[in-house]
Design a binder for this molecule. Structure first.
Ligand SMILES: CC(C)(COP(=O)(O)OP(=O)(O)OC[C@H]1O[C@@H](n2cnc3c(N)ncnc32)[C@H](O)[C@@H]1OP(=O)(O)O)[C@@H](O)C(=O)NCCC(=O)NCCS
Length: 151
C-alpha cells in the first residue's frame, strides 16, 4: 500500500540511504540531516511501509523551494514523484495563504526531472550558467523553474 506523510526525524537514516542510491552527487549526511526543522515541509512516500521516495522543501516568507526529490530506482516511472509533488503542492496551499511560488533548480542534463516538473506545471524562468559541478569534474547549467500556487 502506498502512503504519503511527513518525513520525520526517525526516517532520516533510511531516507539518506535513498539519497546515496539516487543521486550521482549526493548531499553529505550533514547537509541531508540539517535540511529539516520548522521551516521545512519534507515528505516521504512509502510502499508497504518502506520509504521509496522523499522530497525536501523549505519555506521562507512567501516562497517555497524544492531542494531535493528522489524515488528509489526500482519504483520509478510509476507516477510516485508526481504524486509526491502534487501532495506537496496541496499541503503548501492548505497550510499557508501567503506562499505564492514554489521554486526549484535542476541540472540541464536531468531530463526525467525536467519532464516531471513540466508535467506538473512548472515553468522555466531562467538558466544559471555553470552552476553545478559534474561527476567528471566539469560544470553544467542549472535550469530555474517555478510553479505558481493558486492563492
Ligand atoms: C526524477 C525522479 C524523481 C522521477 O521520479 P518518478 O517517480 O520516476 O517520476 P513519475 O513516474 O512520477 O513521472 C512523472 C512524469 O515525469 C516524467 N518522467 C519521469 N521519469 C522520466 C524519464 N526517465 N524520462 C522522461 N520523462 C520522465 C514524465 O513526464 C512522467 O510522466 P509520464 O509517466 O506520464 O510520462 C526520479 O527519476 C529520480 O529519483 N531521479 C534521481 C533523483 C533526481 O534526479 N531528482 C531530481 C533532482 S533533485
Amino acid at each position: 500500500m502506498k502512503t504519503i506523510s511527513i518525513l520525520n526525524e526517525n526516517d532520516l537514516k533510511e531516507a539518506y540511504e535513498l539519497e546515496l542510491l539516487c543521486h550521482p552527487i549526493p548531499w553529505s549526511k550533514e547537509t541531508f540531516f540539517s535540511n529539516q526543522g520548522e521551516r521545512y515541509l519534507n515528505l516521504k512516500i512509502t510502499v508497504n511501509n518502506k520509504i521509496v521516495g522523499f522530497c525536501i522543501c523549505q519555506q521562507v516568507i512567501d516562497e517555497a523551494t524544492l531542494f531535493n526529490i528522489a524515488i528509489h530506482p526500482k519504483y520509478r516511472k510509476q507516477g510516485l514523484a508526481k504524486a509526491l509533488l502534487n501532495h506537496l503542492i496541496d499541503e503548501l496551499m492548505a497550510m499557508s495563504n501567503t506562499i505564492s511560488t514554489l521554486w526549484l533548480e535542476v541540472r540541464e542534463s536531468n531530463r526525467p526531472a525536467i519532464d516531471l516538473y513540466h508535467s506538473i506545471g512548472f515553468n522555466q524562468i531562467t538558466i544559471r550558467k555553470n552552476y553545478y559541478p559534474t561527476a567528471s569534474g566539469d560544470q553544467e547549467d542549472a535550469i530555474i523553474m517555478a510553479y505558481t500556487l493558486a492563492l
